[in-house]
Design a protein around this ligand. Structure first.
Ligand code: ATP
Ligand code: MG
Length: 242
């Protein structure tokens, strides 16, 4: 069973300073699927992602990626294994152009010519705004365009696992639809994706599997189809109106 999971967390506990934030997170991200991590504000979603990436370190429990224990690794080593992370603040450089942001994201590329051409064309097709604003300062982009640049940076090189914190945050419905199409396309290309989402409609349209957090733990996990069909469960776990 576990061989089908690209990423697993077992009993992960995280402290931030004096605060005990994660109380034993169990999470499995099946290979080739899109897993949605849901939960109320403050449930521990971002802390879980940061713990996976080695930005916080688990005080207890184990994080495994592709069969390797990564619990104690540092962020650059985790990235090196093929994990890309787009944080809530997107991590783009506002003063640099879109092009410069992309070049910086491609390890080893000294200029745009060094970025794999086929890959860049594929990214332009997924996110036309990245091509359109190629020579513009990234700070001038709209929130949705910045989000697309952030995801583009994460996939500028082949990745096994893409981890994104709230990609739909602040996006207009039409942008959300574009994003859903792009993630669908990414998934078809074989990338495994772990997304944190607040937008339940976005989550339902894209997710294969779902994990719901509350109070520093995963309190429900299963197929998105089953979760979508169970309004009672959504209500009790997320406080959504029936
Ligand atoms: N740097 C920090 N110092 C202290 N407490 C923190 C820190 N970061 C997060 N927390 C606390 O940890 C808990 C979980 O926060 P986290 O950001 O993981 O939640 P979240 O599920 O991502 O919420 P949201 O949906 O609002 O983004 C919250 O109670 C938060 O206040
Ligand atoms: Mg968060």
């Amino acid at each position: 069973m576990s061989t089908d999971n690209l990423l697993t967390l077992e009993g992960v506990q995280t402290h931030i300073g004096a605060y005990h934030i994660l109380h034993g997170v169990d999470l499995a991200v099946p290979k080739g699927q899109l897993t949605m991590l849901l939960g109320r504000n403050g449930a521990g979603k971002t802390t879980t992602l940061r713990t996976i990436m080695g930005l916080w370190h688990a005080s207890q429990g184990r994080v495994q990626f592709a069969g390797k224990d990564i619990t104690a690794l540092h962020t650059p080593q985790i990235a090196e294994l093929g994990v890309a992370y787009v944080p809530e603040n997107m991590g783009i450089f506002s003063d640099l152009t879109v092009k410069e942001n992309m070049v910086l994201a491609a390890r080893g590329a000294k200029n745009a010519d060094a970025i794999d051409d086929t890959r860049l064309k594929w990214i332009f097709k997924l996110f036309p705004a990245v091509e359109k604003f190629w020579n513009h300062p990234a700070g001038k982009l709209s929130g949705g365009q910045k989000q697309m640049l952030a995801v583009s940076r994460a996939i500028v090189e082949p990745r096994q696992l893409l981890i994104i914190d709230e990609p739909s945050k602040g996006l207009a419905p039409v942008m959300i639809n574009n994003m859903i199409e792009a993630f669908g396309e990414l998934k078809r290309s074989g990338v495994t994706i772990l997304l944190v989402e607040q937008n339940i409609h976005f989550a339902q349209r894209l997710g294969d599997t779902v994990a719901v957090m509350d109070n520093g733990r995963v309190v429900h996990s299963g197929s998105m189809a089953a979760f979508s069909a169970d309004a009672q469960l959504q209500q009790s776990l997320l406080g959504l109106a029936l």
